[in-house]
Design a protein around this ligand. Sequence first.
Ligand code: NI
Length: 240
Amino acid sequence: MCSLALLTLTCTASCSAIPETVSPTQSPTESAASQVDCSLKHCVALTFDDGPDQFTQNLLDTLKPTNTPATFFLIGSKVQNFPSMVKRMEAEGHQVGSHTWDHADITTLSGLELKQQLERTDEAIKEVTGHSPSVFRPPLGHHDESHNEQVPYPVILWDTHSHDGRLKDSQKIIDAIMDTVHPGSIVLMHDTRNTTVQAVPELVSQLKAQGYTLVTIDQLFASELTNSVAYSSGPQVTGK
Ligand code: NI
């Protein structure tokens, strides 16, 4: 803890609490959040599908003041329309995943079609962020063993559904999530819906009040994810 002691001695009032762990490739938000141990904390991962879209900017504005990280499963064909938003996601500590090029049901695709859906999306995201997406979510949650085997990313599903497509009401969306959320939950939402984005500040507030720590998918699994394997929930909490 020598570096921490030195930091304490030399730190001014404006000094961040974590500068000694910030590498040139990490934002302060990423560095702070990556220290979360979800085997001890009650972690929940908020995930947003089908963007980037017209409400994504508002969502990022909403998440920023509390440094709340989320994971975005992007549609490749939309990325070129909102490149600055995708750059901003990464800069502000969010995780970026693939959701195919045009929201294709992967179980209906040939091997070549699936490869093209994934590669085009990978290239679109890489062109903006400089690297490939790290996780994949199949549109509609449709997946099967034979198609998963051809996906070169971890396949991330969910265990807590906001039902935001059906409910179309911020309070009902919050209630649907709070009724089913548990330690290790992956929560499905859509940043294509204004009612969903409007629900987020109160949702985050309620989750924190119940002792949850909000994390990205990589943080939820401590980066222990395997390509082609499907996951619906984070690992079991072994701590408090
Ligand atoms: Ni979708």
